[in-house]
Design a protein around this ligand. Structure first.
Ligand code: NI
Length: 208
């Protein structure tokens, strides 16, 4: 077995473990319908969220306080991702569209896992391709490390000799976060926009 294959298997095993952890988390959320006010939201001993300090596509500082009282659809990825990230961001846009006027009350957020390449300018032109209200967040590697840890996102740089530049392995989940900062849903690649829109609609009805 060569070194690169070995590394790939290691990463696959690691991603599988993280996937299992998230699976258990989804189950826990389904059981625990009500979460107390405030962040981080604790679901069966698993905390998601917490303070962060990042920069948006306009160069403005954004912290968790800027999202207080907002309902979010949040995704972590990187702008040079060939397929998964654009697909998931397009899915968020499809959810907003499916929600009609209710979609205007949802804040879509993209956080980079690759701050070295995803500068403010790169993020700016990237998010503009998807939605006028999509907030793109970047920061220093240290700032990004904080939010990745608190939101339980796995991300790792991958170098392969056959590619001119590196790529990123990362977990791909759409987080649905309520105005109290509590995690209300986690969606994977196989969950389509209709499923997410249905959940969000149901949640918004309960808030009224
Ligand atoms: Ni990606």
């Amino acid at each position: 077995m060569n070194a690169s294959l070995k590394n790939r298997l290691k990463r696959t095993a690691l991603l599988a473990l993280i996937g299992l952890g998230i699976g258990a988390l989804i189950a826990a959320i389904q059981i625990l319908q009500e979460t107390k006010q405030g962040t981080p939201s604790t679901v069966a001993g698993i905390a998601i969220g917490g303070p962060f300090n990042l920069t948006d596509q306009a160069g403005k500082t954004v912290t968790e306080k800027d999202f207080a009282g907002k309902t979010l659809l949040m995704y972590f990825g990187f702008t040079s991702c060939p397929a998964i990230c654009p697909t998931e961001l397009s899915k968020i846009v499809a959810v907003l569209k499916a929600l009609g006027p209710d979609g205007d009350g949802i804040t879509p957020v993209f956080v980079t896992v690759d701050p070295a390449r995803d500068t403010v300018d790169v993020i700016k032109s990237y998010v503009a391709q998807f939605h006028p209200r999509l907030i793109g967040l970047t920061g220093t590697q240290e700032q990004i490390d904080v939010i990745l840890k608190n939101y339980r996102i796995y991300a790792a740089r991958v170098d392969t000799p056959e590619m001119s530049d590196y790529t990123m392995d990362h977990s791909s989940f759409i987080y649905f976060i309520g105005p109290d900062g509590a995690l209300r849903g986690i969606y994977r690649a196989q969950d389509d926009a209709q499923i997410i829109a249905h959940d969000v609609e149901k949640f918004l009805k309960k808030l009224r």
